[in-house]
Design a protein around this ligand. Structure first.
Ligand SMILES: Cc1cc2nc3c(=O)[nH]c(=O)nc-3n(C[C@H](O)[C@H](O)[C@H](O)COP(=O)(O)O)c2cc1C
Length: 179
């Protein structure tokens, strides 16, 4: 059995999630490759039993390369187990999770996959007031900063909203599904 984990990322958050997913699947005894969607070109996708594809979300969108991977491999992926995940701000709060699930996972699956995915994972983001990722990031962070302050949360500190136990359980479930 072999698994491929492909990710699209702009600020590194989905990349770290993908790395942990790959680590856990490997730990379960399955040969696993982890690849950035930007450098996926020569991969023989058909040689994998499970393909996990994920992306960070910016302005409602997956990265172009991660989405292109789904589109370019649509026929091959129809014969494999496929799981999708995203890392997004919508996952951080209970009230925005249904919209995140629908827009960033269910709609992307319906549009780009032949068969429904075996699993979808809606994972959180990182708030980092110190990070330097350009103007758009800074603007988004200053908006979140105000929201945190309204909620009485310390906005000068980094917050990691990713639930690592949930991510590991999700990955373990995928590996178990292959056995
Ligand atoms: C400029 C910008 C736009 C974003 N747009 C969205 C969005 O439309 N929906 C959402 O849920 N999260 C949004 N986020 C939060 C990101 O999805 C989140 O930070 C994610 O972890 C980024 O993943 P990456 O680091 O792998 O690119 C945005 C973040 C930034 C900085």
């Amino acid at each position: 059995m072999k698994a491929l984990v492909v990710y699209g990322t702009r600020y590194g958050t989905a990349a770290e999630i993908a790395a942990e997913i790959a680590r856990v699947i490997k730990e379960e005894g399955i040969e696993t490759d982890l690849v950035d969607a930007r450098s996926i070109k020569d991969r023989k996708v058909s040689s994998y039993d499970l393909v996990v594809v994920g992306s960070g979300i910016k302005m409602g969108k997956w990265t172009n390369k991660a989405l292109k991977f789904l589109q370019n491999n649509k026929k091959t992926l129809a014969t494999q187990k496929v799981a999708l995940f995203v890392s997004c701000g919508a996952a951080n709060e209970e009230k925005s999770r249904p919209e995140g699930q629908e827009k960033y996972l269910d709609a992307v699956a319906a549009k780009n996959l032949v068969n429904p995915p075996v699993a979808t994972g809606l994972f959180g983001s990182v708030y980092d007031p110190e990070a330097k990722h350009g103007l758009m990031y800074k603007l988004t962070t200053s908006f979140i900063k105000k929201e945190l302050e309204k909620q009485g949360i310390n906005s000068s500190k980094r917050h990691d909203y990713r639930d690592w136990d949930e991510i590991r359980d999700w990955a373990r479930g995928l590996a178990k599904g292959l056995k």
